[in-house]
Design a protein around this ligand. Structure first.
Ligand code: EPU
Length: 418
């Protein structure tokens, strides 16, 4: 298993290019199952979750051709309508094939995801929505079986709570359903809008993507398309925080500045200078010491839960007390204990973490518990005295492409050891 060895101290300076969004690429790949014509997806990040999804699609019947950041998927026939436990347990987003499979073939068998490092993460809302579209759902032997032999039919679905992949799954189910579907309290995340943009290129009729009410008029058939995935806003946010935590001067290139708006607002309040330097670039110039600023995670356009761990690392270095409230997942504070091992002063009280800063962080051996928690440890290590060794970096490889190379190009002292 690979480890990262990071020597803290250097002030990061320079430009970091952002890759395509993992959480946008995953549903886009699943959407290719909706047609028997080829779908070409560009700017696909080369991360482990994408390879897992690709494996799943190949098992289902897709032919995949990969050329750098471009994947061409061709699924003339579905040979298996199943997402097995072996894949779903390593990547919960595998449940994104549920909607497309039921829509295209009238049946799907998908393993239930089970618990995970950041919370229970059930898929009941995906299933409830599919039932409303006319699917019959059974559960047995740890698998969900969905069947709609006569095809799906449009319905009005009101989500009990906002779910990103749930919205994506149901949009993909509804595009081939008979009649009109209205999704209310839908997720407004840019990844949902990006998926809808791809589906529209494939011939779907969708209105309201990116808002909380999405209207879909079902069509008989979808066709092939060519689509470029949006920039990864969480990668962009992580590197903005890397600039901030090292008192650096870093330009984040090839991103969508609007998508990191909530984080930028916090960084400005904390005393950093953040400037949009072009249509797709943002520069952060941070003083040695920032002020503590509270944060509460929310659905988009609020502060992303996927940046909470990284922001907490930053607050260990800011002056004052910051209250970090996690409202999306019930157990997403695993990084707090590891940050404390490096010297951070963090008290957990239910869904809130009270971070008292600044603390002097010192290098230590730490363990990555999930993707974003690992990113927060990398950031803390960049600001720590001495050397930090982060174990189990396969978590970080699930969602960041060559994070060590990107940090090294702006002066970070980080290397991967096998
Ligand atoms: N929820 C339910 N029932 C459901 C679905 C969700 O109770 O059927 C709950 C969840 O347990 C959670 C909340 O609703 O408490 C929101 O979960 P959501 O469904 O929105 O999360 P997700 O779609 O499983 C996506 C991202 C996550 C990101 C969340 C929240 C992908 C592939 N994953 O997950 O990304 O944290 O939205 O923004 O898009 C990551 O990239 O590190 C990551 C975890």
């Amino acid at each position: 298993m690979d480890k990262f060895v990071i020597k803290g101290g250097p002030r990061l300076q320079g430009e970091i290019p952002i890759g395509g969004s993992k959480n946008s690429a995953l549903p886009a790949l699943a959407a290719a199952l909706l047609t028997d014509e080829p779908v070409t997806l560009r700017r696909i990040p080369r991360v482990r979750d994408i390879r897992t999804m690709q494996r799943l699609l190949v098992d289902i019947g897709s032919h995949a051709e990969v050329d750098g950041e471009t994947i061409r998927l061709d699924t003339p026939r579905i040979v298996s309508s199943e997402a097995p436990y072996e894949l779903v347990k390593t990547m919960r987003a595998s449940s994104l094939v549920l909607g497309p499979l039921v829509a295209r073939t009238g049946r799907a068998r998908v393993s239930l995801p089970g618990g995970c490092a950041i919370g229970a993460r059930p898929i009941n809302l995906h299933l409830h929505g599919l039932e409303q579209l006319g699917a019959r759902i059974h559960q047995s032997h740890g698998y969900i079986e969905a069947e709609a032999p006569e095809g799906l039919r449009g319905a009005t679905i009101h989500f009990d709570r906002i779910t990103v992949t749930g919205t994506e799954d149901l949009v993909m189910a509804a595009v081939l359903a008979r009649g009109e579907t209205i999704l209310r309290n839908a997720a407004r995340e840019p990844e949902v809008a990006d998926l809808c943009a791809l589906l529209v290129k494939m011939g779907a009729q969708i209105e309201g993507a990116g808002t909380s009410t999405i209207h879909i008029r079902g069509v008989e058939k979808l066709h092939g398309a060519d689509h470029t995935i949006i920039a990864d806003r969480i990668e962009a946010g992580t590197f903005l925080i890397a600039g901030a935590i090292t008192g650096g001067d870093v330009t984040i290139a090839d991103c969508v500045p609007e998508h990191v708006g909530a984080l930028v607002a916090k960084l400005l309040q904390a005393g950093a200078e953040v400037t949009q330097t072009g249509a797709t670039s943002v520069q952060i110039c941070a003083p040695k010491r920032l002020r503590s600023v509270d944060v509460t995670t929310e659905e988009y356009p609020g502060f992303a839960t996927d940046l909470q761990a990284q922001y907490m690392a930053l607050m260990t270095q800011a002056q004052g007390i910051a209250i970090v409230v996690e409202t999306i997942f019930e157990n997403r504070f695993m990084h707090a204990q590891e940050l404390a091992r490096m010297g951070a002063n963090i008290r957990l009280e239910g869904r809130q973490a009270i971070v008292a800063g600044p603390s002097e962080l010192t290098g230590a051996g730490v363990i990555a518990s999930d993707l974003r928690a690992s990113a927060s440890l990398v950031l803390a290590a960049l600001a720590a005295r001495g050397e930090t060794v982060i174990d189990r970096v396969y978590h970080i490889d699930r969602g960041y492409e060559k994070i060590e190379a990107k940090l090294a190009r702006v002066g970070g002292q980080i290397r991967r050891v096998e």
